[in-house]
Ligand binder design. Structure first.
Ligand code: T1G
Length: 674
């Protein structure tokens, strides 16, 4: 029985109907002695068809099909390759045996979609692995390679070739027969081990509703009759699937894939890239070099500071070895990658590069000098990329005679960890540069998002609006710890003032000083950060910023110095400080993001609304289970969004631009697809 619903053989309704018919035929035809279920193409089954969620469930349902497999008197073997995930693994668990190729991955990732396995996974998996492993796997959505799954008892055999032949051989072997997992008993385990697994799962899963539900239902495997527990699983699954959190997680799942799509006129053949030159051996440059090395590129690293260059080269080699020891990459890849790293001792060293990425100091004059050198030394047709966070790509490109080769590749720090990559086209970027940047990002296993060349592109511009509104709230009456606590309660990994202290207040201070001369005095400006920096309080690096830091630990709240500075700023502006509730803080910060997002869409800086959510979730710690600022706004009543816009318009005063919420809230067909 071969399931073919490319690209990932999702168990859509037609597949379910055909599979049930095949199982019924196996059951009824006397000459048939056993069955093998396998997937066509590159994989077994990636799960239920997520695109069907949000619509009425159509028969036959997976639990009915799996019951038919178990009640079929003939043995059925699942032959697994590629990925057997979610409903795909549940299908395999309903079979009498599971045989896989070594490269197969298996898992129950439902919690990453805000749901729990809804077709027996919570009851069958523990019968093979025990409760502690089942709790860990189901609450994390962890995917296991075949060998690991085999060791845990989830697979019966791992074969290196002829998967179908091995499955048929199993059917013809003496061990073939009905061995329904549902009839097995859950292996005994120490209650304290189960409790520890529970606590670990709740911590790692931030006690999200799906994780809490998964633990409750999985534990029934050892206490409740199978059929009854199965009904509880189904009920919990259906409730979660209808929740806004599940809708948000499905939204971001599809948004991440949608972001890779370029508009028709930019769908061009990417320029071939084999050798990458990175200019600047600082934190960003080294992180970019590491990513490129691990992705298989030949990397040339250049820095005018030869001591820093040598140090960064050593650090890169060490990092490659460490990642091999941690099992993140193979030892062979680590050694081979080290051989692909060259430390250039001058500009001539970049002559062979197909792509040059500069990650030097964020100053236009410095970037201009680098691009003049690139103009001279980079080979014709090489892509000249800047990692700038804020500067105008066109202003940088103006330093070369080949503006058509200039592109923004905005990595996020640490560059070898953060998946987000903003691919920024300048006014003169050649039409194949977007495809080249997106393909390069994908090859680094990044999440590339196409951006227009506006101040702060997508992410920094929105984060800037969010942080500015939070500074206004400081002056209006909230303390840093109240604002951070409110936004961390919303789900941000860190509040804006803790983030500012971590990245260093002096960086923002330098940028503000550089822009002071062009700032319109009529716009509201909060001088608190400048006052802190005047006192040498740059944040963690000076053990004092908005907070105090001792032994790396942040103080619970801001101290009297900070409060005096804030109160003085309020007084100077004639503000009578007032209390802001957690909800006030959350809504003002979020509507500031939404308002900026609306303008970014109107200005076509982002291709689509869902791209903005991908940027905020992957670049700024926006809680994934809320789906991003756009998804959040779509879940709000319009009248409250308008009310909140009025509030920040009043708080901002001169220069406030009210975005067009309609453009943001209308569902496009891509959104409807998800
Ligand atoms: N349903 C519908 N479409 C899916 C899909 C799914 N389960 N998985 C992938 N796609 C689409 C995806 O949107 C993309 O579409 C194309 O397939 C290629 O995907 C009952 C209820 C399998 C590891 O969570 O993790 O089972 O962009 O780009 O990088 O308890 O897809 O081409 O139009 O990701 O090679 C649980 C989700 C579902 C697995 C392959 N299963 N998928 O990665 O390709 S809930 C999952 C993945 C469930 C049961 C419950 C990955 C992959 P388009 P791709 P890839």
């Amino acid at each position: 029985m071969e399931i073919s619903n490319l690209p990932v053989n999702a168990l859509s309704q037609p597949v379910r109907a055909a599979l049930l018919a095949a199982v019924e035929r196996l059951t009824s035809e006397p000459e048939l002695r056993g069955g093998v279920i396998l997937g066509a193409g590159r994989t077994f089954v990636a799960g239920a068809d997520i695109k069907e969620f949000g619509k009425p469930s159509l028969a036959p349902l997976l639990p009915d099909i799996f019951a038919a497999i178990e009640s079929c008197p003939k043995p059925v073997v699942a032959a697994l390759h590629g990925a057997a995930l979610g409903g795909g693994l549940e299908l395999a668990l309903a079979c009498d045996a599971r045989i896989a190729l070594p490269s197969t991955v298996v898992g129950l990732p439902e919690v990453t979609l805000g749901i729990i396995p809804g077709a027996g996974g919570t009851q069958r998996l523990p019968r093979l692995t025990g409760l502690t492993t089942a709790i860990r796997l189901i609450c994390s959505g962890e995917q296991l390679k075949a060998e690991a799954a085999h060791r845990l008892g989830m697979l019966d055999e791992v074969v290196v070739e002829d998967l179908q032949g091995a499955a048929i051989a199993w059917l013809n072997s003496a061990q073939a027969g009905k061995r329904p997992v549902s009839a097995m008993r859950v292996p005994e385990e120490a209650p304290e081990d189960i409790a520890k697994a529970e606590q670990a799962a709740l911590r790692a899963g931030k006690s999200r509703p799906a994780v809490v539900a998964a633990i409750t239902v999985v534990k029934e495997a050892s206490s409740t009759p199978f059929a009854e527990a199965l009904a509880h699983e189904r009920a919990a699954f259906l409730t979660l699937r209808a929740s806004p959190e599940a809708a948000a997680l499905r939204h971001i799942f599809f948004a991440e894939r949608e972001a890779a799509r370029l508009p028709a006129d930019l769908q061009q053949t990417p320029r071939p890239i084999r050798t990458v030159a990175v200019i600047g051996a600082g934190t960003m440059g080294s992180g970019i070099a590491l990513s490129a090395l691990e992705a298989g590129y030949t990397v040339i690293l250049l820095d005018q500071n030869t001591e820093l260059l040598a140090k960064s080269g050593d650090k890169l080699r060490t990092q490659l070895q460490e990642r091999a020891q941690a099992g993140k990459i193979s030892t062979a890849v680590a050694q081979e990658a080290q051989a692909r790293l060259t430390l250039a001792d001058g500009w001539a060293g970049i002559a062979l590069a197909d792509l040059v990425i500069e990650a030097v100091f964020e100053d236009l004059a410095v970037k201009h000098e680098v691009f003049r050198q690139l103009d001279t030394h980079a080979k014709p047709g090489a892509v000249l990329a800047t990692n700038t966070s804020y500067l105008d790509i066109d202003a940088i490109a103006a330093a070369t005679k080949r503006r058509e080769d200039v592109l923004g590749l905005h990595f996020f720090s640490p560059a070898h960890v953060m998946k987000l990559l903003e691919v920024v086209r300048g006014a003169h970027s050649a039409s194949d540069l977007a495809a080249t940047g997106m393909a390069f990002g994908k090859s680094l296993k990044k999440l590339p998002v196409l951006c227009g060349n506006g101040f702060g592109f997508i992410g920094n511009r929105i984060y800037n609006a969010y942080r500015t509104q939070c500074e206004f709230m400081l002056e209006d009456g909230a303390w840093p710890e109240e604002i951070d606590a409110a936004l961390e309660a919303f789900g941000f990994a860190m509040g804006p003032f803790s983030v500012a202290d971590l990245s260093g207040l002096d960086i923002a201070w330098r940028m503000r000083q550089a822009r002071a001369s062009t700032r319109d005095p009529r716009t509201r400006y909060v001088p608190v950060l400048d006052e802190l920096c005047e006192r040498g309080r740059f944040g963690r690096k000076t053990c004092a910023g908005y907070y105090n830091y001792a032994d790396g630990k942040r103080s619970a709240g801001s101290d009297d110095v900070v409060r005096a500075i804030i109160s003085e700023a309020s007084a100077k502006r004639g503000i009578a400080r007032h209390v802001l509730t957690t909800e006030d803080i959350q809504r003002r910060a979020l509507i500031a993001m939404v308002n900026e997002a609306a303008q970014i869409l109107t200005e076509a800086i982002a291709q689509r609304a869902s791209d903005i959510d991908v940027v905020l979730v992957h670049g700024y710690g926006f809680p994934r289970w809320v789906g991003g600022p756009v998804q959040w706004a779509r879940e709000q009543e319009r009248k409250y969004l308008e009310r909140d816009l009025d509030i920040i318009a009043a708080a901002t005063g001169f220069g406030f631009v009210r975005g067009d919420l309609d453009i943001l809230l209308k569902k496009t067909n891509e959104d409807n697809a998800s």
